[in-house]
Every structure is written in C-alpha cells, then in structure tokens.
Design a protein. Structure first.
Length: 259
C-alpha cells in the first residue's frame, strides 16, 4: 500500500494498518479480535476499513497483505485462514466454548473405520481427555446416544473427496435419524465440513464449522486443516481452564476415571 493511500486514511485507520503490517512483518498471525483489542476499536471498524480498501473483509485483507512475503506458506497446503466462512481463531474459540460449557457431559465423536474421520475423532478424543472432557470415538452412534444420561456434543464430519462433484462423498444422509435422535436426547450436534454448498446434513446441525476445501486435486488437506482448528481450540481450552483456576493435568485424571 502506497504512502499516498495511507495518508488519506483516518488516524484510527492508519493505526489499524500499522498494527497489522507490523504483525505481518513479524510473521505473526493476528485475528480480527486480537487486532480490535490492540487498537481499541470495534471489529466492525476493521471490516469497514478492509472494504474501504477494496477487500471483501478482514481475512481477505490479511491474506492479500501476507501474499507479498517471500516466505509465505503455499495456500494450497495450509492457508493462514483454514476455515471457510469465519476467522480461524474465532471459529476455534466458538468450538472451544461449546466443549467448555459442556465439559462435565459425555460427548460422541463420529468414527467410520475406512475414512479420515476415524483419525480425526480418535485424535480429538485423546486431546480432550487432557482437559477432563470425556469424548468417545465410535461408529456405534445409536446405542451410545440412546444410553447416555449426560449428553454433551455429538460431532460429525462431512468430507468432500471429489471436488468436481460439488457435494461431499461422505454426506451424512444415512445419519439423518441419528442427528434427530441426538437432538431429541439433548445433544448439541456439531458438523465439521469442507462441503461449500449447504446440504441437508448442515441444515439439521446445531453448529457448523466449514473447513476451506482443497482445490488442488493432487492433495487432500481436510485432515491437516481440521487439526489446525482443533489445536487452536485446545489452546483456547487451556486459557479457559486457567481463567477458571482449573489444572488441565487434574482434569485429565478425571476424564480417565470416567472411561
């Protein structure tokens, strides 16, 4: 951005641009929430500035400004923003809050033996146990949900392995009754998906988290991008535990005692 353009901005706008450029120069990922706190402005002010400069929003502005860096990680592998419709850190905070608010309940994580969600659900179950959050990775959804006396989150994955098809090869049409059963039993249904178009599955779900799809047909990055979301969520869980004076180590022991 040239000096003549920057000079036409208000003092507040210039402060915001100086802050974001500093973070980019330091190879630091800064969310819109963090930037708003640092500059003491509303998030809407940052969005208005981005649109004033011709970007579609904050994420677009940040990624475009980062694109000029010679050491930028290729967007085809791991974009700075791994989620589709919202800032990744905001999405991680939202997901962490869902689990934290239900940390004493029992959760069900979808697991199909022959698909990527088996890896992701087992990974998340182990990580959540560190915070005393009991989650079972299973393909026997119906019996677990029906027997639960302390329902928490029922989490499912919807992954599009054929980008040309435009709809997920793992669209959970077969699980529709289980979504309804989970909701009837008091579960909060959560869907992690990289299907851009809204599906009947996402319409049934209480909370949807959209992962950026892989447009390069040579690689499938649904798993690593989802893990980035999970790792950021776990960092937020750690912060929440600290703010409530709860020791993650002792919480993990409590989770093990439930198994």
């Amino acid at each position: 951005m040239g000096y003549e353009v920057l000079s036409e901005l208000s003092t507040t706008d210039q402060t915001i641009m100086s802050a974001i450029n500093y973070h980019i120069s330091q190879s630091e990922y800064v969310s819109i929430s963090e930037l708003a706190d640092e500059c003491d402005v509303a998030k809407s002010t940052i969005v208005k500035l981005a649109k004033k400069l011709g970007y579609t929003g904050y994420a677009d502005m940040r990624e475009t400004l980062c694109a000029g860096k010679e050491d930028e990680v290729s967007d085809s592998f791991l974009p700075l923003n791994t989620t589709q419709d919202e800032d990744t850190l905001d999405a991680a905070t939202r997901l962490a809050t869902l689990f934290w608010d239900r940390r004493h309940a029992k959760h069900v994580l979808a697991s199909n033996i022959c698909s990527v969600d088996a890896i992701l659900s087992a990974y998340l179950a182990r990580k959540l146990a560190m915070f005393g959050i009991y989650a079972i990775s299973t393909y026997d959804y119906a019996s677990i949900i029906a027997k639960s006396t302390d329902p928490g989150i029922a989490l499912f994955f919807e992954h599009n392995i054929d980008q040309k098809a435009g709809a997920g090869s793992f669209v959970l049409s077969a699980f529709k009754p289980l979504f309804k059963l989970a909701q009837q039993e008091g579960y909060c249904t959560v869907l992690i998906t990289d299907v851009v178009k809204e599906t009947s599955t996402s319409q049934l779900t209480d909370e949807v988290f959209r992962i950026k799809p892989s447009y390069d047909s040579r690689y499938d990055f649904f798993a690593p991008r989802t893990i980035v979301l999970f790792e950021l969520m776990l960092s937020e869980l750690s912060r929440l535990a600290a703010s409530h004076n709860e020791d993650p180590a002792s919480l993990g022991e409590n989770a093990c005692s439930k198994i």
